[in-house]
Design a protein around this ligand. Structure first.
Ligand code: UDP
Length: 417
């Protein structure tokens, strides 16, 4: 096999988006051929950011952009602080001591020493590596791509981070609702999925059953599933409460599958606490197995993503792609992914979640109807090819002075902004 054939090509998306879109993207890629782009984040796996960076950087390479993916290294102290920052950006309190700030800044300084940036564009993802910009002499446009729910950031933290953010030449947020009062121009990209990977491609019945057998997941009862990092904002306890109410009326088996990202020190404790809530109809698993994620999302009678805060729920899109009936928390990006009652349900409480679980389990037609619409939504709006095009539009809108011409970007960009 030719090495190039191993990469997904944009033409592979033609069956979903049509030839015209592919041609348009090829044209937009031409001025960027040979450009070096560095993406920087803080974990190589676990969570939506790593999930997207992996195929996005490859897809960029497939169209001639030399895209790299760098992961910053940090001590457990550093990741404990950055997790607190992540939580505070989503509205939690934080005790921002001098020690914490020094640790944050020192680790980023050390990473800057180890990583030279002679690229044409630098894209920094999320708060963990945000401040690294201070330790470089800027020679190219720097873009901060923030994936978290910024609807009500903690003010103390935001004031601390603001001087770093102001250094950037552009900011990408997930939704217009997250817009902040900042100097750099702000663009809005909703995340998207790679339909060709093990997690999202069509699996055979045998492959799916193989995963269930391997983990001892029973399939005689309808499956109710939530797949998420073990994180308080994903409300795993709320999912169990909702399931416990629903099971009084319907027979089902709940599976909570989670993983623990390398930059998330809180996950282990949350997982251990949840284990106490297991019983014969509740399975709680901590595993990194993309085929299992796929099998569960494909087979489930109901997929929940009962988040209380959510920048954008990649898991919601993944499940919708498989035609699942999805119940999402009415929070952050999820309200842009699910249209209540059309391609899934939005809920604001445990009781509402329980009611929707029962309703879907009792009505197979409803599941099929929601699932069909859900798949259509993803095909139209949430495939990685759209995300790639947004990056091309943004890169193509920079002038040599690293200044992002927002008007040019708006003209370039075919998407709503
Ligand atoms: N994920 C996974 N295994 C798990 C839990 C999550 O592979 O046990 C993946 C999930 O399929 C999705 C990503 O991690 O691709 C989570 O992204 P999302 O945007 O839903 O949440 P985040 O973790 O970024 O807050």
């Amino acid at each position: 096999m030719d090495q190039k054939d191993r990469l997904t090509q944009i033409e592979d998306y033609q069956e979903f988006v049509g030839k015209e879109t592919i041609n348009r993207i090829r044209e937009k890629a031409k001025p960027l051929a040979g450009k070096h782009v560095a993406h920087i984040n803080s974990t190589f796996y676990g969570g939506g950011v790593a999930e997207m960076l992996s195929p996005l950087t490859l897809l960029m390479n497939s169209i001639g952009i030399k895209a790299e993916w760098k992961v910053i290294q940090g001590s457990p102290d550093f990741f404990s602080i950055t997790k607190k920052m992540h939580n505070a950006l989503q509205g939690a309190d934080i005790n921002l001591t001098t020690i914490k700030k020094d640790t944050y800044e020192n680790v980023l300084f050390e990473n800057a020493v180890r990583n030279r940036m002679d690229h044409d564009f630098v894209v920094v993802h999320d708060p963990q590596p945000l401040g690294i910009i201070k330790f470089y002499e800027k020679r190219q446009p720097w873009i901060w791509r923030c994936h978290v729910d910024l609807s009500s950031p903690n003010k103390v933290l935001f004031d601390y981070l603001r001087p770093y953010i102001q250094e950037y030449d552009a900011i990408i947020l997930t939704l217009k609702e997250y817009k902040q009062d900042l100097k750099p121009p702000q663009a809005f990209f909703m995340p998207a999925i790679n339909p060709f990977c093990v997690k999202n491609k069509k699996l055979s019945e045998k492959e799916m059953q193989g995963r269930f057998n391997h983990y001892g997941i029973p399939t005689d009862l309808p499956l109710v599933v939530q797949i998420s990092r073990f994180d308080k904002w994903k409300d795993p306890e709320g999912v169990i409460e909702a399931f416990n109410i629903a099971r009084k009326e319907v027979d089902a088996h709940l599976v909570l599958l989670g993983n623990i990202a390398t930059d998330d020190p809180e996950g282990e404790k949350i997982y251990k606490n949840l284990l106490n809530l297991q019983d014969e109809n509740i399975t709680i698993l901590s595993q990194q197995d993309s085929a299992l994620v796929n099998a569960l999302q494909s087979k489930a009678a109901v997929v929940l993503q009962k988040s209380l805060k959510e920048g954008f729920g990649l898991t919601v899109t993944e499940a919708m792609w498989k035609g699942a009936a999805v119940i999402g928390g009415k929070a952050g990006g999820i309200v842009h992914q699910i249209e209540d009652g059309v391609n899934g349900f939005l809920v604001s409480s445990v009781e509402e979640a329980a009611k929707r679980i029962v309703q879907i389990l009792k009505d197979k037609n409803l599941k099929n109807k929601l699932g069909k619409e859900a798949k259509k939504t993803v095909k139209e709006k949430f495939l990685l090819i759209r995300y790639l095009e947004q990056y091309l539009d943004l890169f193509n809108s920079f002038e040599t002075t690293y200044h992002l011409d927002l008007n040019k970007y708006k003209k370039n960009c075919v998407f709503d902004h």
